[in-house]
Design a protein. Structure first.
Length: 209
């Protein structure tokens, strides 16, 4: 129960503050100079705004004012958390919703204790939990290899990690502890080149060397 409660708190904290994501009022009419995808998004926002009642529009204006009043770093933090939430698949979101419900059912003192434990983690571990319940649990072991990557590697590597099962992540975590810092970039590039159907065998082979 202690381990489960701790996990609940960590999972909940990893997606906290999503309700504070920015909600903007009516978007300006799209112009022909904007890309088609941006024009379509602005049109959807405008249509949504026009469909709201005056009371709903007032509520959104109030939320926008509260958002604008937040410090810049707090707005950036909430945007990052919201982006992390959107990157999760629906099964992962369902697990986090269930974890949040279990966390909410705990006594206030227990909730506070678990939040304190989460706050005591280093920043890299807290960021790792944004990757979801599975990758978040494994990230402390994977961190040496994936904690700092080039910007153009980030999305391909994240997609790859999400495709691995628990056994494959364990193999990769063992390798992450072994590979010297100067060889990590080359290893990541090689890993990205391995065909999905061959990754399990390749990781086993690398681990056995």
């Amino acid at each position: 129960m202690r381990r489960a409660s701790r996990r609940i708190a960590l999972l909940l904290a990893s997606c906290a503050a999503l309700a504070g994501a920015s909600v903007l009022p009516a978007a300006p009419a799209p112009t022909v100079s904007l890309p088609a995808s941006v024009q379509a998004q602005l049109q959807r926002q405008q249509q949504r705004w026009q469909s709201l009642t005056p009371e709903q529009r007032a509520q959104l204006r109030q939320r926008a004012m509260l958002w604008d009043a937040l410090p810049a770093d707090e707005r950036e933090e909430r945007r990052a958390r919201y982006a992390a939430w959107r990157a999760l698949d629906e099964p992962a979101r369902a697990r986090l919703r269930a974890a949040a419900e279990r966390f909410a059912s705990l006594p206030p003192e227990r909730q506070r204790l678990l939040r304190d434990r989460y706050d005591a983690l280093d920043r890299m571990q807290r960021l790792g939990w944004r990757l979801g319940p599975d990758l978040g649990a494994d990230f402390p072991r994977l961190q040496p290899l994936f904690g700092f990557v080039a910007e153009d590697e980030r999305e391909p590597l994240l997609a790859l990690l999400r495709q691995l099962n628990a056994e494959q992540r364990d193999d990769l975590a063992v390798l992450a502890q072994r590979i010297p810092p100067q060889e990590r970039a080359a290893f990541r590039r090689t890993l990205l080149q391995v065909a999905p159907g061959q990754r399990a065998a390749w990781l086993k082979q690398q681990r056995g060397q």
